[in-house]
Design a protein around this ligand. Sequence first.
Ligand code: KG4
Ligand code: ZN
Length: 331
Amino acid sequence: MLVLGVETSCDDTAAAVLRDGRRILANVVSSQDQIHGPYGGVVPELASRQHIRNILPIVDDALQKAGVALQDLDGMAVTYGPGLVGSLLVGLSLVKGISFRSGIPYVGINHLEAHLLAIQLEHEVSFPYLALLASGGHTLLYCVKDVGAYVHLGGTRDDAAGEAYDKVAKMMGLGYPGGRIIDHLAKDGDRKAIRFPRARLKNSCDFSFSGIKTAVWHYLKSRGPEQWEGHKADIAASFQEAVVDMLVNPTIRAALAYGMRRIVLAGGVAANSRLREKMKEKADADAIEVFFPSPKFCTDNGAMVALAGYHWLKRGRCDDFRLNADADLTL
Ligand code: KG4
Ligand code: ZN
């Protein structure tokens, strides 16, 4: 079964071709980091305009790299929410248009579901598993019982983990998106240099990242650039250590409380080297297995959308042309 996956929910234009839910024949991503970089965050109007420019060449490129023609496809999958509505509409309209003209069936995919299943592109992880989805827009804990059976166990009460990374990078003038930059910079820093506070939400599997953001802001403000510019790496490493602790501790707590033997990381922040290291260290101590996707399948991509689509198409689901983009879609 040959499935095209299209993803345009935020600022990456992505398309992939997947055979039988396992063989990735092509996975093409066009990043808009250069466009949004000067603003320190995604500008929705610029994102949707850029998707319009990118989408056809990206889909053509994916088909060409996979060595298949449009008419060879058995189905298509496209993210229809949650995300930026203007961005979502570009991918959804394109896929609906192709489906209308060619008769190839399509399904709309929830972006969160695609992230939760992304691990299956590279590893066979048996259900159920505990998934930590940490990205620029979300920080969520789910028990993934099967395709389509997701139990919400916890989530952030304020900011997403990726948002904290991006905002702190902006405060320090490091560039956008901040996660990868801070991850890299932190390798040269001392993670014990500054003890930033960790939010502890008792008897809960929830997260909170607004406090750490404010703590870094106060640290920088009370000193002024001349005092902190010389030790950015220490600030990055100390900030990262606090974020990682605040992601790892509730996740391990949830795994123990719900008797889960497998933890899966998902979303852009799951690409973080220190998070991967510490989660593994803590999980090993409790004999829990941890699985991470390759970084290219942590951040937004078309392959994870094609994979979710493969499962739904196989089960006979097919959407009609009334499906609309839903910016606030929940799982
Ligand atoms: O999943 P994703 O590509 O898009 C959303 O659905 O949000 O995640 C993007 C987020 C950004 O906040 C980015 O800074 C963060 O993931 N990120 C990282 C790393 N790579 C990307 N955060 C920490 N460490 C990284 N290596
Ligand atoms: Zn995402």
